[in-house]
Design a protein around this ligand. Structure first.
Ligand code: EPU
Length: 338
């Protein structure tokens, strides 16, 4: 089924809560519907944007083009082996509904990614990650339609070129394919991943360690730090954590001995942008209608009636402070749409 709406408010389709309209808003519930739409309407040559649940977008103005949104909803086990399952999931399934399903079935691997907002298609574009796990660790293949030809293509995990918050769908193939299904491999013999941050400490509050309690612990940690978009509009982490040369990190560590960090490889270190923004004194501060979350400085919030430009103005101030204090450039994880 396809639904097409004109002059449609995107308020319920972006977690920042920015009230803008799209000229045209299209939802489809199958690959055939999508192909048909691409064939008939010839969006090629006109502005268009495919969104998930709008949890990583910042609209700067009304969208003068077509917004596409997948409603492909199936979750299908395509291989059920002794030690693992392969699960093919429609791009329009809510990510956290999929995680909840995995946990309830006893399939391990996705539990640390509990409560991440967004949909399955975006998980494969964005390589979402949290608490030591990234979507790329679970994805075996990605099915997509090439926009220009309408042809189906299957990408192996290696072909997706994954790295931290990066994939081929955000770089070389940006806006060239629409993801329809993602296949994930989950384990039936869980190896829990509890090393990140305070997961172990949180789990001490629970009677046992299981997929269910890990999910509960992750949800509790996220809820304690991250604002609920229904209460205060936001898009989770606004900036990516910068990856810097180890030599630069060592010099910084002399100056800031408590600087948290994660080793990437022999030559590179990832530094939490939230820590640097916090050190710059931004936590809990507001500028116009935008603010820095009081419990996690990496998150910019809509304090009420913010426009996209209010959010950008604050983000630029933050970038300048971090550059000034640490000589590091931080870049948005959120995509700006105009
Ligand atoms: N920190 C501060 N002050 C702050 C924020 C962080 O000192 O205001 C320090 C923390 O104490 C910790 C370090 O910075 O030592 C890292 O903080 P945290 O563990 O909260 O994680 P993060 O690096 O800020 C990343 C992801 C989150 C993900 C968490 C947990 C990115 C851009 N963000 O945040 O992802 O939930 O790790 O794995 O990589 C998202 O992408 O929207 C998101 C929420």
């Amino acid at each position: 089924m396809i639904t097409i709406k004109k002059q449609y408010s995107l308020l319920s389709h972006n977690t920042f809560g920015i009230d803008v309209n799209a000229d045209t808003f299209v939802e489809y519930s199958s690959t055939d519907d999508l192909k048909q739409f691409l064939h008939d309407k010839e969006i090629i040559g006109n502005p268009y944007l495919h969104i998930g649940s709008g949890s990583n977008l910042l609209f700067l103005s009304d969208y003068k083009g077509t917004i596409l949104h997948s409603r492909i909803q199936e979750i299908e086990v395509i291989e059920n082996a002794n030690d693992h399952v392969l699960v093919k999931v429609g791009a329009g399934v809510e990510w956290d509904n999929f995680v909840a399903h995995c946990v309830s079935q006893g399939w391990a691997g996705a539990e640390n990614l509990s409560l991440i907002p967004g949909e399955i298609g975006a998980s494969a574009v964005q390589n979402i990650g949290a608490y030591g796990v990234e979507a790329k660790d679970l994805i075996t293949q990605v099915e997509a339609i090439e926009i220009i030809s309408g042809k189906e293509h299957i990408f192996s995990n290696a072909e997706c070129n994954y790295s931290y918050r990066q994939s081929i769908f955000k770089s070389e193939l940006k806006n060239k394919f629409i993801i329809t299904y993602v296949t994930y491999k989950l384990s039936k013999h869980p190896v829990y991943n509890l090393e990140y941050g305070n997961i172990k400490a949180e789990l001490e509050k629970y009677p046992e360690i299981s997929l269910t309690t890990i999910r509960q612990a992750i949800i509790a940690i996220r809820n304690s730090k991250l604002p609920d978009p229904k209460v205060e509009g936001n898009a989770g982490s606004f900036f990516m954590n910068p990856i810097i040369p180890r030599s630069q990190f060592q010099a910084l560590q002399m100056q800031f001995p408590t600087i948290p960090h994660y080793d990437i490889d022999q030559d590179h270190v990832k530094v939490p942008a939230g820590w640097m923004i916090d050190q710059c004194g931004w936590k809990g501060k507001t500028l116009g209608h935008a603010g820095v979350h009081s419990k996690q400085a990496l998150v910019i919030v809509n304090k009420g009636n913010a426009t996209g430009n209010d959010i950008i103005t604050l983000s630029r101030e933050i970038q300048a402070s971090v550059k000034n204090m640490f000589n590091i450039e931080i870049h948005p994880e959120v995509n700006f749409i105009s």
